[in-house]
Design a binder for this molecule. Structure first.
Ligand code: ZN
Length: 167
């Protein structure tokens, strides 16, 4: 299994390093438990840089798709996820940004000399999965009500029979 080597996050940022790789859904251990099949792959990119204030930052990019269960029709649903997330590296707990001050797609992350980029990417994907993933409106597989039921199976004839018993 092509494990992503642990990276020294601050060094990675200061060196403006760039890493990109394709990761199969099955290589993400937590994600693999949520999906219907092992098919699917994510492009994961990690880019180091310093922001305008000179703070070391990481830009994480994930894009790919996986198969989950539609919570409306219970049929397989291909869920595409694309996300970009910026992390400002903090040298200490005290330097971590107040979550209220952070923009939606910017977080502070404690500097780590052994950052697990795979876990960071997996966290990002997990965060993007909706609570109840469903097909787009009107594209769910419809239940097969009337394929071979014929008129005898019609709910209206049953209703007619019920009302007739009152005579
Ligand atoms: Zn559906």
């Amino acid at each position: 299994m092509p494990e992503w080597p642990l990276v020294d996050s601050v060094q990675f940022a200061k060196q403006h390093a760039v890493e990109r790789r394709s990761v199969a859904v099955s290589e993400f251990k937590r994600l693999a438990q949520l999906v219907l099949s092992d098919e699917g792959e994510f492009e994961v990119g990690l880019e180091g840089f310093e922001d305008s204030e000179g703070r070391p930052c990481l830009q994480l990019h994930v894009a790919g798709s996986m198969t989950v269960t539609c919570q409306r029709c219970l049929e397989p649903l291909e869920l595409g996820i694309v996300s970009d997330h910026r992390f400002v590296l903090a040298e200490s707990e005290q330097d971590l940004m107040d979550p209220g001050d952070e923009a939606d797609d910017v977080d502070s992350l404690l500097a780590d000399s052994k950052l697990d980029a795979m876990a960071l990417a997996e966290d990002e994907i997990l965060l993007q999965i909706p609570m109840a993933p469903v097909h787009e409106e009107n594209t769910c597989t419809q239940p097969q009500w009337s394929s071979d039921a014929g008129s005898e199976g019609s709910p209206f004839s049953v209703l007619g029979a019920l009302t007739n018993t009152k005579d």
